[in-house]
Design a protein around this ligand. Structure first.
Ligand code: SF4
Ligand code: SF4
Length: 627
């Protein structure tokens, strides 16, 4: 028995009047689309070129495009059910591209998908399957938006309802044509219903957030790449994002690509603890600025559409970038605005000024004398790196000056000695510049980076190990602007390699591990610190962990900016960690450590103990091992 695939009914012929009406409506629809899309495109193209943009290597861009756009992987990964519903709509749009062109060509007798041929029938049925899936998907998204209404989506939007209705009508009018005969008036009525919906839909796109249908594939393909990477300044005349003239093409493209889904805000630690910062509004603020002033304006960016207070509440945790389904890079925008505020002297903050001065004149972010570090090194007989040892042990500000940071260093030293791994510390070491870099003070950052690079070069450093993920990131990525730093790794990576040679602790405890943002999301290191912590007990995860870990509140220079407004981020996170019932909080960053120290103390007696993974790794060592 031969199965004949069905096909949608197409009217056999069209009157001249119908053709003229269709042509006029098509021109009007395209013109209305262009009336809004043209200025948007012009604003993007008239923006400043991104100084560090390179198209090559294209293979990575193609891979991201296929993964994130064609397969909708990021959309589905973070919100599986609504993400899959969205993917069904997107895939239907792709499948319908050919059907739509054919549909418009039919009126002029130029249809190329033959409803009576095998290939044509197959494709029509293929599109019909997607039409059913799309109708179900859009219905699901409509119900979620209008009845479930997660607060991150913002106020109810009538335009979303209109778009959902139009997509639903497009699918239904296509499917209904399978059930009528070509000669019936119903076939003609359905053809026109589908066409009119289509011609109405086209100009609606650029007037709504559905502009992302057109722009987001470009935003994903052209993104800077590299997680939360801060682009270098273009030269002495580049002060960061001060006015519209400083907005780059990528920033403008991303501003218009935002789909307003609110995922960034949903995961932002600042937004979650009552701060004024809302990463979605930062992006939409740029869009509003471009709409009002354009990309060549001298009007300050911080003002009507961007808040200075908000951008200095960012911990640079990267949760927003990680979540964004259309590849928007929030950090270059936020740090760019901070640069603008710092370089023009608009940002006046007594804690910030103290930090900048401490790092301009001294060596560490804690504002202590460098001799404090010298005394710590001498007292503990830490060897000086002379180029012969395997590792240069980077102390960092916390390891060199903070009492708890020093304890972490000494535990790591014990483990290195036990393993027989040779190491030494630099005679003179300065802050890597992480807090000033992220607060927007590039001048001081450059001084610190260059001075440290010189010290490492003159001591012939081959490899660095550090207890601080912020130091690791800054050395490996940010210093590259000023030289070639030696390879650097975090102590979790180092310790995990040697875990099998370390004796496990006798007294095993339940340990909840907190993923530091700069180790997890920034560096993609998740398993190694858990493997190290497992030497001291059973490792459990808090509710938000790994890629979705919740920040401790210290990053982006905020550890040095004084009291927080609203609930403290560290306190919110400490509650999640304690809720696991663990006896120990395992940390892998001295900044997390310092934030949780206060937060856990505030919980009173019975709060879990706080230990770094180096301290956990050292627990099983023989008591008489030297430090
Ligand atoms: S980097 Fe973190 S703190 Fe900053 S806006 Fe994004 S999510 Fe919020
Ligand atoms: S910036 Fe990205 S994550 Fe945030 S609302 Fe826009 S599209 Fe969604």
């Amino acid at each position: 028995m031969t199965v004949v695939l069905p096909s949608p009914a197409e009217p056999g012929h069209f009157l001249l009047a119908e053709k003229l009406i269709f042509a006029a409506l098509l021109i009007a629809s395209v013109a209305l689309f262009w009336r809004r899309f043209g200025p948007v495109l012009r604003r993007i193209l008239e923006s400043k070129k991104d100084p560090d943009f390179r198209l090559a290597p294209v293979s990575g861009r193609v891979r991201d495009f296929v993964w994130e756009v064609m397969l909708q992987a990021r959309v589905i990964r973070e919100r599986p059910l609504p993400g899959f519903a969205h993917a069904l709509v997107f895939w239907a749009f792709c499948a319908f591209a050919l059907v739509t062109v054919n549909h418009c060509a039919v009126i002029f007798g130029s249809g190329f998908l033959d409803p009576n041929g095998i290939a044509g029938r197959f494709y029509f049925c293929f599109a019909a399957a997607f039409a059913v899936a799309c109708a179900a998907g859009i219905l699901g998204l409509f119900l979620r938006r209008f009845f479930v209404r997660p607060r991150w989506l913002g106020p109810l939007s009538r335009e979303s309802g209109l778009i959902a209705l139009l997509i639903f009508l497009l699918m239904v009018t296509y499917l209904a044509a399978f059930f009528v005969s070509a000669a019936s008036p119903a076939a003609r009525a359905l053809w026109w219903a589908h066409t009119l919906t289509l011609l109405f839909f086209l100009p609606v796109i650029p007037h709504t957030k559905h502009l992302h249908l057109v722009l987001s594939p470009f935003a994903v393909f052209l993104s800077r790449g590299g997680f939360s990477r801060i682009p270098p300044l273009a030269g002495d005349e580049d002060f960061g994002l001060v006015a519209g003239r400083d907005l780059t093409q990528l920033a403008s493209l991303q501003a218009y690509s935002c789909v307003e889904c609110g995922r960034c805000t949903e995961h932002c630690p600042a937004s979650n603890t009552g701060k004024i910062l809302n990463p979605k509004q930062v992006v939409l603020g740029l869009r509003a600025y471009l709409n009002e002033y354009g990309p060549k304006s001298e009007e300050p960016l911080i003002g009507r559409h961007e808040s200075q207070e908000a951008i200095f509440k960012c911990t640079t945790c990267g949760a927003c970038e990680y979540q964004c389904p259309v590849g928007i890079e929030h950090l270059p925008i936020i740090v760019g605005l901070r640069r603008g505020a710092v370089n023009t002297g608009e940002w006046q903050d007594s804690h910030g000024a103290k930090l900048f001065l401490a790092l301009e004149r001294g060596s560490n972010a804690l504002g202590l004398s460098a001799s404090e570090r010298d005394r710590f090194v001498e007292k503990n007989a830490l060897p000086i790196y002379d180029g012969t040892q395997e590792y240069c042990l980077w102390l960092g500000c916390m390891g060199g000056y903070d009492p708890k940071g020093r304890e972490i260093i000494l535990s790591l030293v014990r483990v290195m000695n036990h393993l027989g791994v040779t190491f030494g510390v630099l005679r003179k070491e300065k802050c890597t510049g992480d807090p000033v870099r992220r607060l927007g003070n590039d001048l001081v950052f450059q001084q610190l980076a260059e001075s440290n690079l010189e010290a490492l070069k003159s001591s012939n450093t081959r490899k660095i190990v550090s207890i601080c993920p912020h130091c690791v990131r800054t050395i490996q990525e940010d210093w590259k602007e000023f030289g070639a730093p030696p390879p650097v790794e975090h102590h979790s990576e180092f310790l995990a390699r040697y875990a099998s040679r370390l004796p496990p602790a006798q007294d095993r405890k339940k340990i909840v591990f907190h993923d530091p943002c700069y180790l997890g999301r920034y560096r993609g290191v998740y398993d190694e610190p858990r493997a190290v912590a497992a030497l001291a007990g059973q490792v459990v995860d808090p509710e938000r962990s790994r890629e979705r870990s919740f920040c401790c509140g210290a990053g982006g220079g905020l550890a040095f900016l004084g009291e927080e407004t609203g609930e403290r981020v560290s306190h919110a996170r400490a509650k999640e960690l304690t809720a696991t019932g663990a006896q120990v909080v395992g940390a892998a960053c001295p900044f997390c450590n310092t934030m949780f120290r206060d937060a856990l103390a505030a919980q009173g007696p019975g709060a879990p103990e706080l230990l770094d993974i180096a301290q956990l790794a050292a627990q099983g060592l023989p008591k008489n091992d030297p430090i």
